[in-house]
Design a binder for this molecule. Structure first.
Ligand code: NAD
Length: 487
């Protein structure tokens, strides 16, 4: 079939050839790529920061805390554990199949396509790339068209640090991504909206390409006043207003018990002033909405929600799409403010009777990417752990679960599938190959080879593969369990 992008098809052959040549099995090859990627970030941090602040309008320090340092930490983690995490893992073999050994080998998948959104344009592009390289794959990087300066910069810098048969940047928007998706990749990591996630998965299905979908949605927080309300409010404001609310795991809305509502509202007001001053528009540390379309959408959400605006509400498109930190109390649950992902500095606060009601509220909606519980009550925490699901959950603080490299990061249901970060990236972007080895002697399988005389039938049915376990005394059962590894 002719390729939609002829030059890309050529590159894909080269990228795949690097993997099929066997070169990437060598851990030193992988270390070399990871170190090159690390240098791409560290040697050009200034240019990267300038590009991201210009593209997204986030403060330079946030680029360090949430983008450059994040990628470097991820690379360092992979470098530190590469040998351990890629080593074949031995697993048990049932008694009836012994003697034999069984191992799980992680193998490179091939060429991995990474498609990134604009909100954390460096982190969400290069963290999966680091995992892909550590797993011995080669990569195609597709940054967002909404971050043109960073995309251009990465298209220029990548060939300076990584060979074209290892990594290739493709810039562009919908037409370019559509053409890319017509090609056959060996895995696709997509981060973006649920709507486009469906498009990516549909395209991947044509080639039976596995996907990791890192999507969005509405991540709730719960506050019941048993945890210090001022600390909770300060952390909620920080989590919500980092990158002006344009964070996939930002607290989307707060569920609050009646008794905790007024103290929380007062503390939220206080926290916004503490972090961003009396007039947040003047703060150099508050990010901006990405563009006119998103600004218009967010301002639209502030109309007809039926709730009470207790903080903010001001907006100024002329000031680089400024939208004030805004708190809306008890909006109509059917309004777009409560049905769409907000992805901006607007925080609805919804009153619920108690933790049980809050958990039910979460269960009745799509599985969120994150869920935050601000409560010192153990029973309440357990209610959320057991009676809700979400990609991740954090107690007492937003966002930080995704900055913990040993915790897999990913969604569930509408918020995505698959996960990555640290060891999980290596596992996600490798094929887990089962390898069983059985020596020639003794040939114990003679028991199951035909013909099947009566004695074999009895041996197989009663001893080797009984469907009902014989009632054995406890110590014998314990001994058998130890020998066979079976429960
Ligand atoms: P988006 O889905 O619009 O775009 C993401 C990428 O898909 C871009 O590279 C874009 O070029 C490409 N794309 C857009 N339309 C396409 C189409 N029709 N066909 C093929 N490719 C297409 O997302 P966005 O606006 O850049 O980012 C915001 C969304 O991403 C939010 O929903 C947010 O929650 C989500 N997000 C999720 C995570 C996560 O880790 N789970 C992280 C950040 C953002």
């Amino acid at each position: 079939m002719p390729s939609a992008t002829p030059d890309l098809a050529l590159d894909l052959a080269a990228l795949r050839g690097t993997v099929t040549s066997g070169a990437t099995l060598d851990l030193d090859w992988r270390r070399t790529q990871l170190l090159a990627l690390r240098r791409l970030v560290t040697e050009h941090e200034e240019e990267i920061t300038a590009a991201v602040t210009a593209d997204v309008g986030k403060p330079a320090l946030e680029v360090r805390t949430t983008e450059t340092s994040f990628v470097v930490q991820e690379i360092d983690e992979l470098l530190a554990h590469l040998g351990e995490w890629t080593a074949p893992r031995r697993v048990g073999v049932p008694l009836a199949l012994r003697p034999a050994t069984a191992q799980i080998h992680l193998q490179p998948k091939g060429v991995v396509l990474v498609i990134a959104p604009w909100n954390y344009p460096l982190q969400l592009l290069l963290s999966p790339v680091a995992g892909a390289l550590a797993a011995g794959n080669t990569v195609v990087l597709k940054p967002s068209e909404l971050t043109p300066r960073l995309s251009e910069l990465l298209a220029r810098l990548t060939p300076q640090h990584l060979e074209p048969e290892v990594a290739r940047v493709v810039t562009g928007g919908v037409p370019e991504t559509t053409a890319l998706l017509a090609e056959r990749f060996d895995h696709i990591v997509f981060t973006g909206s649920t709507r486009v996630g469906r498009i990516v998965m549909r395209a991947a299905a044509e080639h039976l390409t596995p996907v990791t979908l890192e999507l969005g949605g509405k991540s709730p927080a719960f506050v019941d006043g048993t945890m210090d309300v001022r600390v909770s409010a300060r952390r909620l404001v920080w989590g919500k207003l980092t990158n002006a609310g344009q964070t996939c795991v930002a607290p989307d809305y707060v569920l609050v018990t009646p008794g905790a509502r007024e103290p929380l509202l007062a503390a939220l007001r206080e926290a916004v002033e503490e972090l961003f001053g009396a007039d947040p528009q003047l703060s150099p540390d508050l990010g901006r909405v990405i563009d006119a379309a998103q600004h218009e959408r967010l301002v639209g959400l502030l109309d007809g929600h039926g709730g009470r605006v207790v903080l903010g509400g001001e907006h100024d498109a002329a000031d680089r799409f400024y939208l004030a930190p805004t708190v809306v109390v008890d909006p109509d649950l059917a309004s777009p403010l409560m049905t769409e992902e907000i992805f901006g500095p607007v925080l609805p606060v919804v009153t619920v009777a108690d933790a049980e009601a809050a958990a039910a509220f979460v269960r009745e909606r799509e599985h969120p990417l994150a869920l935050y519980v601000f409560s010192d009550d153990e029973a309440v925490r357990r209610t959320f752990e057991r009676r809700t699901t979400s990609g991740g959950m954090a107690v007492g603080v937003p966002l930080l679960h995704l900055a913990t490299p040993e915790l897999p990061f990913g969604g569930v249901g509408a918020s995505g599938m698959g996960s990555y970060h640290g060891r999980r990236s290596l596992e996600e972007l490798s094929h887990h190959r089962s390898v069983l080895t059985k020596p020639a002697t003794p040939d114990t399988l003679r028991v199951v080879y035909p013909p099947y005389p009566a004695w074999k039938q009895t041996l197989v049915r009663r001893v080797a593969l009984p469907l009902q376990r014989p009632a054995l005394p406890g110590p014998v059962r314990g001994l058998l369990r130890r020998v066979t590894g079976r429960r």
